[in-house]
Design a protein around this ligand. Structure first.
Ligand SMILES: Cc1ncc(COP(=O)(O)O)c(C=O)c1O
Length: 379
């Protein structure tokens, strides 16, 4: 086994794909660092109101849920969170999981079987890919955002049931799905549309998400998944949709039934965040003001969500540009092959409410110039 692990480590090194968890390299909390990399889109992860809610829940319920939610792990904090998510998104019911990853795998495995075709957009998150693979459903990958291809897959299917899987905002390119037309196709072909709103809730539709903005909240043929760890600044995940779907998941989603409930502190913090977003559309508006400035300064088309994607001339430029920004005290995401296909190496600048707008503009300008600078050249 040691030899096999060493060989795998060598391959990762040769491919330039070594991932690290070194806190010094990701100095999110260090004074003076401008964080344009994290998914804490609204700056709520450090908000005093969320911290206070987490402390109260910890004192009331303890530090852990103690068991699966179907045993003794459901507390008042979980019920309160589900209510707050329903109010924010306009959905008819919510079920909270211990992560967005668990929500996605739980939903797709509970919906899938050999008689259910899963049609998955080519750019969906790993958790949806894994859920589809685990579901024992036949799976087809639809070219990204190609509604013509989707229609033909729906029209020509042989299975009695079909589930279409998309994200409302895609996290690498930052583009948004056309939910109105996708949902109309799904309705026409009697398909269930699953929309992962990990990057939509708290960001689009005045924070209520893209499904709400598209007038689809509560639509019987649409189910939503969410993470509580991005704009809502906490931890955990949820599936939102019809009460019958919730009931089905409570009984058959393995990542719900066989997983310890979300920690009460995280549940209470997320509920507090959902209430803050519900009451204050100015918060997502502040994020969008930063996004406007970042996109303009970087010289890229404004993407609809928080992620502004800055294409580089090549993988070398992307890596060098991220290092230049780190040296300037700015954290950004960097994508290059093999984690993305060749030709789309890029920096990922996350517009976040509450950051210094002038500094964000300077950083975005530097990012735009750096990605076009040959490696080793002056920026
Ligand atoms: C689109 C998408 N779905 C799901 C997840 C998983 O959410 P979580 O981090 O809560 O497990 C992520 C997060 O990375 C994501 O980007």
């Amino acid at each position: 086994m040691d030899g096999w692990l060493a060989a795998a480590a060598d391959r990762r090194r040769d491919d330039g794909l070594v991932r690290r968890t070194d806190a010094r390299r990701h100095p999110r909390a260090r004074d003076g660092v401008l964080d344009l990399a994290s998914n804490d889109y609204l700056g709520l992860a450090t908000d005093a109101r969320l911290r206070a809610a987490a402390i109260v829940a910890t004192e009331r319920y303890g530090t852990g849920a103690g068991a699966s939610r179907v045993v003794t792990g459901t507390t008042g904090a979980h019920d309160d969170l589900e209510d707050a998510l329903v109010t924010l998104t306009g959905q008819r019911s919510a079920l909270v999981f211990s992560s967005g990853y668990a929500a996605n795998t739980g939903l797709l495995t509970a919906l899938g079987d050999p008689d259910t075709l899963i049609i998955s957009d080519a750019h969906v998150h790993a958790s949806l890919i894994d859920g589809a693979r685990l579901s024992r459903s036949p799976v087809v990958v639809c070219p990204h955002a190609d509604l013509g291809a989707l229609e033909s897959l729906l029209r020509n299917r042989n299975e009695p049931r079909v589930v279409v899987v998309v994200e409302s905002v895609y996290s690498v390119l930052g583009d948004a799905a056309d939910l109105v037309r996708t949902a109309a196709l799904c309705r026409e072909h009697d398909a269930l549309l699953v929309v992962d709103e990990a990057h939509g809730i708290g960001v689009l539709g005045e924070g209520r998400g893209a499904v709400h903005a598209a007038g689809l909240a509560g639509a019987p043929h649409v189910a939503v998944t969410a993470t509580l760890s991005k704009a809502l600044g906490a931890q955990g995940g949820a599936v939102l949709g019809a009460p019958a779907l919730r009931e089905h998941l409570v009984n058959s989603a393995r990542s719900f039934v066989f997983d310890t409930g979300l920690a009460p502190a995280a549940a209470a913090a997320a509920a507090q965040a959902a209430r803050i977003v519900d009451a204050d559309p100015g918060l997502p508006a502040a994020l969008h003001a930063v996004a406007d400035v970042v996109a303009a300064a970087a010289g890229v088309e404004r993407a609809p969500g928080a992620v502004q994607s800055v294409p580089a001339d090549g993988p070398g430029q992307a890596v060098a540009a991220a290092e230049t920004l780190l040296d300037a005290g700015v954290l950004v995401g960097c994508f290059r092959p093999p984690s993305v296909p060749d030709g789309i190496s890029r920096l990922r600048l996350v517009a976040r409410a509450g950051v210094d707008v002038d500094r964000a503009a300077q950083a975005a300008d530097l990012a735009g110039r750096s990605v076009r600078t040959p490696v080793g050249g002056a920026v």
